[in-house]
Design a protein around this ligand. Structure first.
Ligand SMILES: *Cc1c(COP(=O)(O)O)cnc(C)c1O
Length: 397
């Protein structure tokens, strides 16, 4: 998912327009900006591309998830169901709004297991938050019907899946509200940035205010604006948004190249008896940023992961040992190690994660390897890589 691989004249041109006007902020200074409204322009581009009514650009994906939860009304003491396999930002955002992250198992989609979700619902549950990990989607029909049956919000963390879709709807735009990240290692980048998308105008108005200290953005005198709600500062700068505009124009090409490269690797690995692939609820909606596959056992997965490196292929992730993406290493969450005291509601409401195991998740993640798909590989390099991967994996089976 590396938008960072493609940075060139288009990005420099957009940033220079901001530099020459000198207006680095997304609001105000109308006379000085030479007509440049980069954040607004990128929001329009996201709305068009994702076919969604409202996009709100933000300073990060973490700010996006936090804003999405807040404006959808998730707050103090509410439970948010989320997967054991994600990035720490997902639960950071839940905690940021005063809510309680309830971890539940994943299935072979590498995202929320609908069965596990059903079993985790309590009277305090307010939202279900699938995370479309590694560029591919959760079983959104199943999760949506659970939400409908239980009157719950569907909040999509699509931070890793920009450009992906589910049965024709953009990931992020399927649920009540969705989130993207444009940090430096995501599908496209702003350097740092994120966005919330929704078809709900009430959420959109609240997001617009929430990310800018509650400003209502009515009229053209910033100092005279009123503040109907409490907010924060999660604004994106014009410089970051400028990079993002150029990157938006590359999105189709990025997905095209990722698809081409992933297909070569997947076709090659398909010939190996004994490995299987991540389940994709809509294979055509993949954003193709990773190829994820399963070995028959944990031991073989560990050996295969090592062999892949020994045979000279980089960028293979074994998430079971990963410090950031899997619940086992989230000691700071399990112990609620805040830098300052945490609200009593959260302390009292947190499930006891100390020593808690998720054997169903372990049984999948301990066998999973994901290969990052790069844009700048030549055709030769992709073929060579495919051959090496096959040799490496066969050497341990
Ligand atoms: C990257 C990421 C985020 C947060 O994005 P930042 O822009 O880095 O703050 C949230 N959720 C997931 C799943 C991510 O991968």
């Amino acid at each position: 998912m590396p938008g960072f691989e493609w940075f060139g004249d288009a990005e420099r041109k957009e940033v220079n327009e901001v530099l020459y006007s000198g207006v680095l902020m997304r609001y105000g200074f109308d006379g000085m900006r030479n007509g440049h409204w980069k954040a607004k322009e990128m929001e329009k581009a996201i709305e068009t591309k994702m076919n969604v009514k409202h996009a709100q650009l933000l300073s990060s994906g973490t700010a996006a998830v936090t804003t999405a939860l807040a404006v959808a009304g998730v707050g103090a003491g509410d439970e948010v169901i989320m997967p054991t396999f994600t990035f720490v930002a997902s639960f950071e955002s839940v905690l940021a709004v005063g809510a309680i992250p309830v971890l539940v198992d994943i299935d072979e989609t590498l995202t929320l297991s609908p069965e596990a979700v059903k079993n985790a619902i309590t009277p305090k549950t307010k939202a279900i938050m699938p995370v479309h990990m590694c560029g591919s989607m959760a079983d959104l029909d199943a999760l949506k019907s659970i939400c409908d049956d239980n009157n719950l919000l569907l909040v999509e963390d699509a931070c890793q899946a920009f450009g992906g879709s589910y049965k024709g709807t953009a990931l992020g735009a399927f649920g009540d509200i969705g989130c993207y990240s444009f940090d430096y290692v995501k599908t496209i980048t702003c350097g740092e940035g994120g966005a919330v998308v929704t078809n709900n105008s009430d959420y959109a108005i609240k997001a617009d205010g929430y990310q800018d200290h509650g400003h209502d953005h009515i009229g053209n005198d910033r100092g005279a604006e009123t503040h109907p709600y409490l907010g924060f500062n999660y604004r994106i700068s014009e410089m970051n948004a400028a990079v993002g505009i150029a990157q938006m124009n590359r999105l189709d090409d990025i997905i095209f190249v990722q698809k081409k490269n992933k297909t070569v690797l997947k076709d090659a690995l398909s010939t190996i008896e004994g490995i299987s692939f991540r389940v994709l609820p809509d294979p055509d909606g993949d954003n193709y940023s990773f190829l994820s596959f399963f070995l028959p056992t944990e031991e073989l997965a560990r050996k295969a992961h090592k062999a892949l490196a020994d045979f000279g292929t980089d960028g293979n992730f074994y998430w079971f040992d990963n410090n950031w993406h899997y619940y086992k290493k989230w000691d700071h969450l399990h112990n609620l190690d805040g830098v300052s005291p945490i609200s009593k509601q959260v302390v009292d409401g947190m499930p006891n994660y100390k020593g808690k195991e998720f054997p169903a998740s372990d049984a999948i993640i301990s066998r999973t390897i994901s290969t990052l798909i790069k844009l700048n590989w030549t055709e030769e390099e992709v073929k060579d890589r495919a051959n090496k991967m096959v040799e490496a994996i066969k050497s341990v089976l």
